[in-house]
Structures are given as structure tokens and as C-alpha cells.
Design a protein around this ligand. Structure first.
Ligand SMILES: [Zn+2]
Length: 653
């Protein structure tokens, strides 16, 4: 990823009498037609950056020894000027063979939508391993058509263009589309200039946006899912009438009369637009990528991780009575966890070949280390039985905490506030002792799941001191209030820790979480989910279902993910850590052919680098070379491949 500036100048160091000659006047006109200006540096010490520097030689003057300067003799300059024009065109196109697949992400930081889109697009490009250039709209003067033609797709990351360049930029993008380019407008089309590019008329009315759907051929797994927007955030959406040839990708009220995203052909090119800036959110990075891949066939890397966490497990029992199913007598919670919850979850883990990650916690009280070790896992207690059953079944048991207080010096809704790193370290040392008493002297946890998904830097340091073996830190992926979501990779504060965040939780896949779940499966290509043994005990988390009902819901959630992404590799949190380290070091190079893409994978992680492509729809697709096809959907035009290194080609006709 890099910031780029389109070239605007050709520098001409020539005397006035020389450039009045018709050959030079014609040269200037040609450049103007290409979107370039002639700049006369007159031998300035520091001329501005130019695409090309040209110097007219005085009679008898030797050519410049500087290879960056083209020297033109005053006698019969016409052939030399012709050669210069060729050179200018080639430099603009940047044509190399073979041609790398490259996208241009243009945006600026004017307003929240633009700033958010710019940030999320940079993560999209990073996770997808796109070859992407960024262009700052704020300082943009002009974009030469030939320069733009080097890009397979252009994403305009804003809900409004700078007034000074709006008209000329839209005209340039229109010519780019006509010539076969791909343009994505993820920021809405309320702006007149942006909307004019789509050819759609102004809004004919508006309606509250409370629920929406996507075509499952666009968003994998979207069949039967209605994504809900909380009442408080349900802004009115403008209603647009789309041309009949437009394909609706997502929409409210069934789509056509309230489109949210659509694809339309423009000349030889393709445009994908969102009518409202729904994509300006971390939870929509996958939709942003899908919009781009709908407009132009690209290759996107996948992290390929299916993670299943059981937080607060093993856990202390409180003795509280639980109604497991309607009509059944109540049982103490510890007995429910041991005798019913665990056998059911164990079966589910086996049926779905999950690689679960358990997170052990000693107490839920405000119990602090100066009160001694809580006796919550006494010999003969159901909590100890549960802990040993999980461990005996061979599962990875990591840690959640001494108590459920976030490791924070600040008192907040998740923590009573620790007095310092010393008290955190003492508590964690006591947790270590209890862990080894329960699971065995030779066992050490290697992952830490932060209580309430919150931990301060000081807490991470205390953790590393008490558990030097811990290499994984898990909180959550999405931002939530003051909790800043994690990314998959080294922790920015303590890089020895790999961050393996969670994307979703609980037993249900529905309008409240399905979009986030399906989105992260597209990008970064991860399912990361957690449940708690006491979800049944919380009316909000159980949603009034009994235990068998909750097991059915969780089963259908896992089945839904498997149907859409059956190739996902199951990993525990600790197994994810070396995979992530290797994944970030892998290289993915993509070259563009007229009807295909050539992919070269370097330094793949153990088990291969997984990636996917969406060829143009309704084409016959052929794979050649060293790639394993792990999934293909004709209806979705989606091919998932895995490579252990080397090159392969994806061709369509
Ligand atoms: Zn917890």
C-alpha cells in the first residue's frame, strides 16, 4: 500500500523562441489532451516533480549527462518530439508486462464517513492482500486518463467530493468506466456529482431503514437473513429508481424499490454503488471488498480460521437453581454445567469437528488476591469435575482470570480497578497455582481471554510476567463503546502477544449479528465465536429459550457457517498464533490477463495460503497450476483456492 499522486507536469526547459515553433505548440496541445500541463522551469534549481524533463539544446550544446533529462536538438526537432509523446504515454500508463492487478483507493478526511471509509478500506486492502494505491482527494488537481487506466478498479471512499474537482473527476471516472474500468461508490449517492456517475435520478422519497437483506449470490450465507438496524439508529434512507438493467445486491423492503447496493454496466465498464453510507463501519469491511470484487475480478486472501471459544469455562458454581427445560425440576447451576451442559456441548464440538478454546476463571466475586485463593474448585465440587472432564477430553484450556475484573487500573463498568501491576501479578500467580493444581503440574495456559473484552497495557505486562508462556490475547474484533476492537496479528502494545479477537457470541445467528458474522467470513476470512456455560441463566442471552432450544440454535448457527464456508480450518486460539505469524509473512502476487488472473504465492503458512476469487458471473472457470480448489459455487461465482507456494492461473470464458 502506498500513497500516490498522479503526474500533472512535463517540464520543458526551452527558450521562448524555440517553443513558439509549431512542433512544440502541437506537443503542448497533445499533453493537454492527456491531462498534463507544460511547465517551464527555466533552469530553476529545484523544478517541481514532473513526469518527464525536457531540455532544448542550443546549437553546439552537448546533451545533458543526467539520464532523467531528455535533450532535444533545435535542428529538426519533430521526430524527437514524436518519440517524447510515446514516452509520455507509456510513462502515464505505467505499462509493464505482465500487468499487476492493482486498485486505486481515493479518499480524503473530510467528515466522519470519509475518514471511516478511508480507515476501513486500508484494513480491507491489508487483509485481502490487494495491491492498492491511495490517492488523497484533498490535494488532487487532475487525473490523466491514461494514468487511471493502469488500475483494475477505483474506489471513491467518500460521501462527497471536493467541490473544486468534483466535475472534472466525475468526467474522468465516466471516461474510465466507458473504456472498461470498474468504479465503486461505497459512501452513498446523495452527492449530486457522485450520483450523476450512476445515471440514477434523485431520490423519489424516503423510508426508515430498519431492516435489509443481501442477495446470497453477492454475500455468501445471506439466504434467509434479514439484518436489523436498532430503532435508535434507523435513519431514513432515500429511495431511488434504478434502471431495469441494474442488479440489486442489497436492499430494504425486498430490494428493487429500496435499493441499498447495486451493480450497473457503464459502457464497457462496471459500477457498484451504495445508496447510503452503510459501509462506513468496521463491521462492513467484507461488504466493501465484495463490492470491489463485484465490479472487477480480484484475488483476496483469507485468514482461514474457524475459532470457537468457551469463555468463563471451567467456571465456579454459585449453587443458583436453574430450569434447564420446561417442566423439569430445577437443578443447581454446577450440576447443570457438569451433567447436562458439558455432555451437550461436547457432542456439538464433536459433531462439528470444532477445535474449542476454553477459558478458566476462579471466581466471579469482587474477590481480590489479598483475600486469598477462592476455594471454588474444591475436591468433589461440580466445578472441579467439569474442569477435569474438559481437560481429560484433551481440550485446550486457557485462562480468563483470577476473578472477572478486567486488568485495568481505572475503575469502570468492567473492573473495580486494580491498585497496581503488583496486585495483578499476585492474582495471576495465584491463578497459575490453581490452574496447575486443577489441570496438572506440567500444564500451562498459552492464551488469555480478557474478562469483558477489556485489558489495559499494564494488565498485558502483568500477564506476561506471571505467565511468560502466554502468547495469545483475545478480546473482541468490533469496537464497542470505549472498547477498541482488536485486529488479527501482533498486539500493538505488547508485540510478543498475538491478538486473536472474537467476532460474535451467544447461541443465535439472526438479524442482530448475522451481518457481522457473514462479513468477517469474507474478510478477513474468519469465524471467531464465543459462548458461556451460563448463557441459559441470563434472560438476554437465552432470549427466553430453554437449554434444548439453545443447543438447536447454536447447531443451526454452526451449520449455516459450514454451508457457506465449508473449507474453513478449525484452530484453537493457541493454534491460531503461529498461523497468524506465518500468514502475515506470506506473499500474494496477482497478475492480470484479459480473461484470467495469475496468482503467485510465496512463503505460505503451514497448510497453505487460502484465497478466493469471484470471476465474472456465468462464465466457465478453469484452474491451472499449483493451487488446490477447496470450494466452488457456480451460483455465487465464488472459487476458494489454497496454495502451498508457486503459481496458478484462474481463467474464465
Ligand atoms: Zn467472561
Amino acid at each position: 500500500m502506498q500513497w500516490v499522486t498522479p503526474p500533472t507536469l512535463v517540464d520543458l526547459e526551452c527558450p521562448d523562441r524555440e517553443i513558439r515553433r509549431p512542433e512544440w505548440v502541437a506537443f503542448g496541445q497533445e499533453l493537454d489532451g492527456m491531462g498534463l500541463e507544460v511547465h517551464r522551469s527555466k533552469g530553476a534549481a529545484t523544478p517541481p516533480p514532473a513526469l518527464l524533463r525536457v531540455r532544448c539544446l542550443a546549437p553546439g550544446e552537448a546533451p545533458s549527462p543526467d539520464p532523467a533529462i531528455r535533450s532535444i536538438s533545435a535542428e529538426n526537432p519533430a521526430p524527437a518530439i514524436e518519440r517524447l509523446l510515446h514516452e509520455v504515454r507509456d510513462a502515464l500508463r505505467g505499462e509493464s508486462f505482465p500487468r499487476p492487478s492493482r486498485v486505486l483507493l481515493m479518499g480524503w478526511d473530510d467528515g466522519e464517513v470519509s475518514t471511516t471509509l478511508l480507515r476501513e478500506a486500508s484494513w480491507m486492502a491489508t487483509y485481502a492482500r490487494l495491491m492498492a494505491d491511495f490517492l488523497d482527494l484533498r490535494h488532487l488537481v487532475r487525473v490523466p486518463d491514461l494514468w487511471l487506466s493502469r488500475y483494475d478498479a477505483v474506489v471513491v471512499l467518500t460521501d462527497h467530493l471536493p467541490a473544486a474537482i468534483a466535475e472534472s473527476l466525475v468526467a474522468t471516472l465516466r471516461r474510465y468506466l466507458e473504456a472498461g474500468g470498474a468504479v465503486v461508490l461505497p459512501g452513498g449517492i446523495d452527492d449530486d456529482a457522485l450520483r450523476s456517475l450512476t445515471g440514477v435520478d434523485g431520490a423519489s422519497g424516503e423510508a426508515p431503514l430498519r431492516a435489509w437483506t443481501c442477495d446470497p449470490a453477492f454475500l455468501p450465507g445471506a439466504d434467509g437473513m434479514v439484518f436489523r438496524i436498532p430503532e435508535a439508529d434507523a435513519d431514513p434512507m432515500p429511495l431511488y429508481r434504478l434502471p431495469t438493467e441494474a442488479r440489486v445486491l442489497c436492499g430494504a423492503r425486498g430490494g428493487r424499490d429500496a435499493p441499498l447496493a447495486f451493480r450497473i454496466s457503464k459502457g464497457r465498464g462496471t459500477l457498484v454503488a451504495w445508496t447510503v453510507p452503510l459501509l462506513a463501519d468496521k463491521s462492513a469491511r467484507g461488504l466493501l471488498l465484495l463490492s470491489l470484487m463485484e465490479a472487477s475480478p480480484l484475488v483476496s486472501a483469507l485468514m482461514d480460521m474457524h475459532l470457537f471459544f468457551v469463555d468463563d469455562c471451567p467456571l465456579p458454581a454459585s449453587g443458583r437453581p436453574v430450569q434447564v427445560e420446561a417442566g423439569a425440576p430445577e437443578v443447581p447451576d454446577g450440576e447443570f454445567y457438569r451433567d447436562r451442559w458439558w455432555p451437550d456441548i461436547h457432542r456439538l464440538v464433536q459433531d462439528h469437528s470444532l477445535r474449542p478454546t476454553f477459558a478458566f476463571v476462579l471466581t466471579y466475586d469482587d474477590h481480590m488476591p489479598d483475600q486469598g485463593t477462592p476455594g471454588t474448585y474444591a475436591e468433589g465440587s461440580p466445578s472441579l469435575d467439569l474442569a477435569r472432564a474438559i481437560s481429560a477430553a484433551g481440550y485446550e484450556v486457557d485462562i480468563h482470570g483470577f476473578n472477572h475484573q478486567s486488568l485495568s487500573l481505572v475503575r469502570n463498568e468492567w473492573s473495580v480497578g486494580w491498585s497496581g501491576i503488583g496486585s495483578m501479578r499476585t492474582a495471576l500467580a495465584m491463578l497459575r497455582t490453581e490452574y496447575q493444581r486443577v489441570f496438572g503440574k506440567d500444564r500451562v495456559p498459552r492464551a488469555y481471554v480478557a474478562p469483558s473484552n477489556f485489558v489495559q497495557r499494564v494488565g498485558k505486562e502483568a500477564l506476561r510476567q506471571a505467565f511468560p508462556e502466554v502468547e495469545v490475547l483475545s478480546t473482541q474484533y468490533l469496537d464497542e463503546g470505549p472498547i477498541l476492537g482488536q485486529e488479527f496479528g501482533p498486539d500493538p502494545e505488547v508485540p510478543a502477544l498475538s491478538n486473536v479477537p472474537r467476532i460474535s457470541s451467544e447461541h443465535f445467528l439472526d438479524g442482530d449479528n448475522a451481518q457481522e458474522v457473514l462479513d468477517a467470513l469474507v474478510l478477513p476470512g474468519v469465524f471467531s465465536h464465543f459462548i458461556h456455560p451460563d448463557d441459559l441463566l441470563d434472560p438476554e442471552r437465552s432470549r427466553g429459550r430453554d437449554w434444548p432450544g439453545m443447543v438447536r440454535e447454536l447447531t443451526s448457527l454452526l451449520e449455516k457457517v459450514d454451508r457457506a464456508h465449508p473449507w474453513l480450518t478449525r484452530r484453537t486460539a493457541v493454534e491460531a498464533s503461529p498461523h497468524l505469524r506465518q500468514w502475515w509473512k506470506a506473499g500474494l502476487r496477482v497478475l492480470r490477463e484479459s480473461d484470467g488472473l495469475l496468482v503467485r504465492v510465496e512463503n505460505p503458512p503451514d497448510g497453505g495460503l487460502t484465497f478466493w476469487v469471484r470471476p465474472p458471473r456465468d462464465r466457465e472457470v478453469r484452474i491451472q497450476g499449483s493451487c488446490e480448489e477447496v470450494f466452488r459455487s457456480q451460483v455465487e461465482s465464488r472459487v476458494v483456492l489454497r496454495s502451498n507456494g508457486g503459481a496458478c492461473g484462474i481463467f474464465w470464458r
